[in-house]
Ligand binder design. Sequence first.
Ligand code: SF4
Length: 420
Amino acid sequence: MNIKSIPNLVCADESGSIVEEQHLLMLCRQGRGFALPRPDDLIPLPLSSDLFLLPGRKALGLDPETGKIQAVEALAVAGFASPGHTLSGTAAYLPEPDAPRLPLYAYGAVGYKHGRFWISAQLVDKDQRQTFTGISQSEITRKAHELLTRYPRNRLVRHLAGCALNSCCPAARNLALGRFEAPLPTARSCNSRCIGCISFQPPDSGFKSTQHRISFTPRAEEIVQVMEIHCSRAKKPILSFGQGCEGEPLTRSDLICEAVSMVRTRISQATININTNASMPDMVSRLAGCGINSVRVSLNSADPDLYHAYYRPQNYRFEDVSSFIFEAKGNGLFVSLNLLFFPGVTDTESQLDLLGELIEKSRINYIQMRNLNLDPDIYLQLVTGMDLGPQTGLKNFMKRIKKQCPWVEFGYFNPYLYPG
Ligand code: SF4
């Protein structure tokens, strides 16, 4: 490896000023270890990405002269890559004993060289649905208010317009703008207890949920109206149940089937998707029968122990998730994985073997390479004592799966499925 191509370490002082440490190289955390980033794993920090200061954590760099890892008396800095990018390395830092838990984001390794920031990540999807460059907030505000004026009695329109106006939710903004994928939240409860749940966190979890869970159950007519609004305006409409602001949509399967059945024939061009924890395989045939044509299954691992440790399922097991996937394929649905990727865990030989086997046997169509948004030390605690085996790296991970399952495609978002 030509270490001359490796960016320098960046860190931050208490006031938040980010500085370059010119005598130390950036490092990546790879699972439990640290390593120099692979040069071909580094990209310029993409537009719309964020840089975070990591409280109570000293930055770690490598001294190219001695080859030794060195902690600096400054805060570590991490990168939150913009949508469409998957992290291949986590930020390297030394936590103080009383370091506070990090909020529910993904913390990418970053460095500085040639006058710019670099991040250990890869672009996996060029789709622009979560990019709003060139679209003014006033345009989004005007469009959201238009929906409120035209559909004053529709509570779901009110909820989603509020999300577009107040929490800048990209899915709600796209509904207001009449483009790409529109959200259809329905569920207030969930039968998982994901450690990194963004819509519900128990008071003693040490995390704040980043989304407010929907506070009512929409009626079928309200859902149908939102579906028709979006399909009357979006070129390739995608309609998705299972959003960040709700629980598990399968707990509202009856309502979803009622709504979709009411409108499916009038919106035949739409891709109707359900983002789900796939806990109820016995619901698949009904969902397929009413007109759902795509499912996205949330998964951190095909290893039941690691799955159970993260999702903490209440009344189902990993085997139900696997059955759901096979049922969905058996009913002709397009099946995506919402793979919660964590460098140094997901891309290890043991995890790759299990995941490859599941994809190969079930013929899953698509893998959305998402970043696991969780304090890295907490996730690594879940794999304590597990023999993960060597790490393959993000690129090799994807190459290996593609070699084993040539039909599978990778991306970041739910694809539009042209009507058959
Ligand atoms: S499945 Fe979704 S709503 Fe349920 S606990 Fe997990 S993240 Fe939260």
